[in-house]
Design a protein around this ligand. Structure first.
Ligand code: URA
Ligand code: SF4
Length: 209
């Protein structure tokens, strides 16, 4: 636990000093991510927006408020999950991050996954879904085909349930997408709760072995 915290502090410091891609030039703050380092559930968005850049925290703007609400409506607090993005600095004008920026930043995300060892990874939107599918060696087709189903995959040797859903920003002004997102979150939370229950059973069995 203490070791994990030390590793996390070191990673945050590295990201704070990072100049590995052009996005360092316009950032106000880096946004490494936040939440529980011991969680089973990790959310991965695309990139910080203007509010995130201002505060150095992920998903605190309008899309973030929707994400927080989707969690809280299902009885989950932000603090018990981990929330981060594919790139840790804001792309100017909120454009999508370029491939070379994603490539430069990806080692931070893979270190976060290795450190937290989540059982479930939820990708928010196309950019993070593409990257995680690529890490899991599965071909990406389209969000409309892939969202809302659970895939058992291996990512860097870890067994993970990968669930893709739409980006909350896309659902802000689109009621149909919002309904789909709410439905996908029901699935995510069911898998999460089931996972907690199963792992507790395992602990008990291990105890009696
Ligand atoms: N959109 C993202 O993808 N990430 C954030 O942190 C905020 C908005
Ligand atoms: Fe470094 Fe990532 Fe920021 Fe680029 S986006 S400067 S790689 S932390």
């Amino acid at each position: 636990m203490a070791l994990k915290n030390d590793g996390w502090k070191k990673l945050v410091e590295e990201i704070r000093n990072c100049k590995k891609c052009r996005l360092h030039k316009n950032r106000r703050n880096t946004v490494p991510g936040e939440g529980s380092l011991n969680t089973k559930l990790m959310f991965i968005g695309e990139a910080p927006g203007v509010k995130e850049d201002e505060e150095g925290r992920p998903f605190v703007g309008a899309a973030g408020k929707l994400l927080t609400k989707l969690l809280e409506n299902n009885g989950i607090s932000r603090e018990e999950v981990f929330i981060t993005n594919v790139v840790k600095c804001r792309p100017p004008g909120n454009r999508e991050p370029y491939d070379d920026e994603i490539k430069a930043c990806l080692p931070y995300l893979t270190r976060q996954i290795a450190m937290i060892k989540p059982k479930i990874i939820v990708t928010l939107g196309r950019v993070s879904t593409k990257i995680l599918y690529s890490l899991a060696h599965i071909p990406f087709t389209s969000m409309s085909k892939l969202h809302g189903s659970v895939r058992n995959v291996y990512i860097n040797g870890l067994e993970i349930k990968l669930i893709a859903t739409y980006h909350p920003a896309a659902a802000l002004y689109n009621p149909q997408l919002r309904t789909i997102l709410e439905k996908d979150f029901k699935l995510i939370i069911t898998v999460y709760r089931e996972n907690i229950r199963v792992s507790k059973t395992h602990t008990l069995l291990d105890f009696f072995r």
